[in-house]
Design a protein around this ligand. Sequence first.
Ligand SMILES: Nc1nc2c(ncn2[C@@H]2O[C@H](COP(=O)(O)OP(=O)(O)OP(=O)(O)O)[C@@H](O)[C@H]2O)c(=O)[nH]1
Ligand SMILES: [Mg+2]
Ligand SMILES: [Zn+2]
Length: 295
Amino acid sequence: MPQGQIFKAISGFYYVRTLDGEELECRARGVFKFAKKKVKPLVGDMVEVEKTGEAEGVVVSVEPRQTELLRPPIANVEQAIVVCSLREPPFQQMPLDRFLVHAEREGLEIVICLTKYDLIEDEHEVAQIRAIYQAADYPVVTTSIRTGQGVEELQAYLKDRVSVFAGQSGVGKSSLLNQLLPSKELQTGAVSRKIGRGRHTTRQVELLQLSHGGLVADTPGFSQLTFHGMEAEELGSCFPEIHKNASACRFRGCLHINEPHCAIRLAVENKDMDESRYQHYLQFLQEIKQQPRRY
Ligand SMILES: Nc1nc2c(ncn2[C@@H]2O[C@H](COP(=O)(O)OP(=O)(O)OP(=O)(O)O)[C@@H](O)[C@H]2O)c(=O)[nH]1
Ligand SMILES: [Mg+2]
Ligand SMILES: [Zn+2]
């Protein structure tokens, strides 16, 4: 039976690229279960297919996932390229920090990509953003599709890896991918002048093949992420600046709020951890504590 990977899913159809490079349009047989949980196939899933026609088949089994993101929905990516625009829409740190927590929790490698650099007059602002995230050991790439800046640098991160582009609508994910793909094929859409937000141009997750090797997924922009299903104790390990210093806290299980001899609060005072990142940590912690408990 042919094996392959789902590269696109549209209203009940799964598009599978087999190991021989064939593309099959498939339905799925029933519901799949792993670890007693029911799952629907996701883009990125490795599957087994029964051929039912020339270019048609049925997905009969799904392999356990290496990684799984629900927003955007994709399985088996190793790396997240977190895309944020510097302008149109303006840079916002909070949604970036939210997404970083999710990607860290899944154990993904992370690259932060700041787009639309050509719209920047004040380099100082970009240097500040860069400093905050480099202090957390994240690589930061600045790009522009107008000048071509950063495209090669990004390409080097993507080579031979399985990556996903994630970020809000209108930040330029598809535009950037068009610079990296052999044929410029992805649809892009102008940001609304009136509301200053993207128009949700990309509608599906699609896993694309890079000509220099590697796979990359374009995804629809998403707005708000919540921390559903996450425990307060997990949050610190999703902030690299906290994770690397947490063992120096006096109490095991320190939540770094106002416990005595907290190494993280000291790091913030000494400016080893950025104050705004710490404030976001505290805010996310509040949100997690206010979530209805699961039983
Ligand atoms: N000035 C400038 N505009 C850009 C750049 N990159 C993208 N844009 C513009 O930003 C708008 C949105 O780009 P898209 O690529 O559709 O954004 P997206 O992130 O894919 O959005 P969704 O598919 O809705 O999630 C388009 O009008 C692009 O031309 C850039 O580097 N500089
Ligand atoms: Mg898009
Ligand atoms: Zn602490």
